[in-house]
Design a protein around this ligand. Structure first.
Ligand code: MRU
Length: 348
């Protein structure tokens, strides 16, 4: 997608360095972050310089390739195995990370060049899948559809295009008018910071809404459709996504609004029978206790927004049961959130 007139991907490789848009600086400044080695790449995934299921999948694949490139002559195998463990311990919930690491690790058994090529293929597939999701998902949009999305499943969360936002971009490019409600997505505010930034860059009309205003918007018939991304989808169709997704799914069912989840098949976990087996990442309580923003000179500061005597918990994801999901938009088409349909698409 374009930023200031230039085409960018969210994450890419230059030589043995992993390059990425620094998402911790957005929307206040647009900076590129360089990871010279696998250790720096792990840190960038952990601290969410790069984030979003597809983008951390691609970054993890590149990081695995970096490990092959940087392995010492003496005992390269143990270096690469340890790197795999390190990458896999950065963030537990998004399936794409494990999917990418597995693919690149296996490819590297043949040669380092093969690992690098596989990492590139993972990223290229992510782009192609996101595009296809846009095409299938755009069929759900009429003219002047008002859609609610949560968190950021736009191009920043993938290598390009995104999942939940890809059908919105596609519909707009096809000449449809689309209006987007963006729930802010506390505590890290991916909706307010990232999705709003993406939509603004693309000139797509939108409003950011407080997380707790969604029920009222639905009650006032302001929302026609809900579209969100996913971090991991179990075999029975249960979906782990950014915390707050479950609330929206319950509300959508109550108000009879279609609730779609957009995700590539690399987010599906065939080994995970249902959502109760998905590991939910708990992040640092400071993300709840503090809020971040720039001063008048553009320097970022954190301020405490919670009473001093109180602590917080910070589960980063929740699980929406398959019964609440109208459909799953994949790169192979839109399917029901049902085991049989999922099994079929994973083997097709
Ligand atoms: O914690 P994050 O920002 O990496 O969360 C991932 C997400 O962006 C969301 O859960 C998103 O809705 C699905 S991933 C494209």
């Amino acid at each position: 997608m374009k930023v200031n007139g230039h085409d960018y991907l969210t994450v890419w490789m230059e030589g043995s360095s992993l390059m990425m848009i620094d998402q911790n600086k957005l929307p206040w400044s647009f900076e590129i972050h360089q990871c010279h080695d696998v250790r720096a790449s792990c840190e960038a995934i952990r601290n969410m310089t790069v984030r979003g299921a597809g983008a951390i999948g691609a970054a993890a694949g590149y990081a695995m390739a970096q490990a092959f490139l940087q392995a010492p002559d003496s005992n390269p195998e143990s270096f690469v195995k340890q790197a795999r463990l390190d990458i896999e311990s950065t963030r537990p919930t998004a399936r794409n990370l494990f999917y990418a690491v597995e693919r690149v690790f296996e490819a590297g058994r043949i040669s380092t060049a093969n690992a690098v090529a596989e990492a590139q293929l993972v990223a290229d597939n992510d782009i192609a899948d996101s595009r296809a999701i846009g095409t299938f998902g755009s069929e759900l949009f009429g003219n002047q559809t008002r859609v609610l999305t949560h968190c950021n499943a736009g191009w920043l969360a993938f290598v390009d295009y995104g999942t939940a936002l890809s059908p919105i971009f596609k519909s707009r490019n096809n000449g449809k008018e689309v209006f987007v409600y963006v729930s802010e997505t506390r505590p890290r505010s991916q909706g307010a910071r990232l999705t709003a930034w993406e939509l603004h860059n693309e000139n797509i009309p939108h409003l950011v809404v407080p997380d707790n205003a969604v029920a009222s918007l639905m009650a006032h018939k302001k929302i026609d459709l809900v579209m969100v991304g996913a971090d991991r989808i179990a075999l029975n169709g249960d979906v782990a996504n950014k915390t707050g997704t479950l609330d929206r799914a319950i509300l959508a069912r109550y108000f009879n609004i279609p609730f779609y989840v957009a995700a590539p098949t690399s987010t599906f976990d065939a080994q995970c029978p249902d959502g109760s087996h998905i590991v939910i990442e708990h992040r640092h309580p400071d993300e709840v206790l503090m809020q971040e923003g720039p001063d008048q000179w553009g320097n970022l500061h954190k301020i405490r927004v919670v009473s001093k005597g109180s602590q917080a918990i910070n589960p980063a994801f929740d699980v929406t049961p398959f019964e609440l999901i109208t459909g799953l938009i994949t790169e192979k088409g839109i399917i029901p959130a049902e085991q049989q349909a999922i099994q079929k698409i994973l083997t097709s």
